[in-house]
Write a protein that binds this ligand. Sequence first.
Ligand code: AHG
Ligand code: MN
Ligand code: MN
Length: 339
Amino acid sequence: MLKGQLITLDEFTIQETRKFPQATGELSSLLRDIALAGKLINKQVRKAGLSDILGAQGTSNIQGEEQMKLDVLADETLIHVLKNSTDCAGIASEENDDHVCFEDTVSTNSKYVVLFDPLDGSSNIDVNASIGTIFSIYRRVSPIGQPCTIEDFLQPGNKLMAAGYIIYGSSTMMVYATKLGVNGFTLEPSIGEFCLSHPNMKCPENGKIYSLNQGNTVKYSAGLKAYLEYCMESNKAEGRPYSHRYIGSMVGDLHRTLIKGGIFMYPADSSSPNGKLRLQYECNPMTFIVQAAGGTGSTGTMDVLDVQPTELHQRVPIYIGSKNMVAKAIAMAHAPETV
Ligand code: AHG
Ligand code: MN
Ligand code: MN
């Protein structure tokens, strides 16, 4: 049974645009294009076991990671849709070495660029667990009327206009944030529309779940090990021990964190001083979303959104989720005597 009146993503973004008389509707139109790419990727994901798209592509991306067939397919789909969009001047993708500037007249006259992780959680593709697409939208800093430039893509997260993700889980959802807040839309498959299902999402200030790859503990700092001990300690009044959940798909783990509260971490360790996750494709968009919902995201030493990117594929450590849990984790993991 459907609840109440259905509001589609398009209707919602148009209503939001009307709150700003000077808005041109270009951002709504771009979100519609990204939603279209999401629906096309969703179509492939839903029949993945039946068609020949499971498994490895046989190639590596710039970060030396093995590409799955679905990584490549999702990447091609987003590029195709955004190239045809009337509102995108260029893109940068986790799966490609360099950014791409679209050089046709419509694109050079567009004011936005889009960055994306086309398929997040690749290791989950073959086992039918949640995967996702993460996107970021920046207003370009290069002059309109000319092709975009690398500077458009190296803006800090605090300059984001919007960011979001599409999660291909037990249902398919698109969640996007602007500075106005975070809203979630569930794909109604029979009409092929994302419909508002999670208005004004808020990340609880506290939670009871911690999420990280605990198999790496041997490589963590003494402070972080102490925090993990704290998570596992029994303290009824504070609701500990916390539960541990880790899907291995940032989108999946953070979607849960956004709804239920908790903390997600991909910290630095002795072999990866910058952690694993990518600033421009994963950490910035997810931090923007979580902060717009009242949570927070930090590298351990600074707000993720304040990191000035110096190259497209750089990595940063991340602690993200419920405000109070992130503060506690950082206080322990980055205490001067334990780092
Ligand atoms: P991607 O599939 O886009 O390469 O990202 C995978 C990321 C992230 O989604 C997840 O949280 C993390 O890698 C898992 O890494 P580990 O297997 O090292 O825990
Ligand atoms: Mn990813
Ligand atoms: Mn990916």
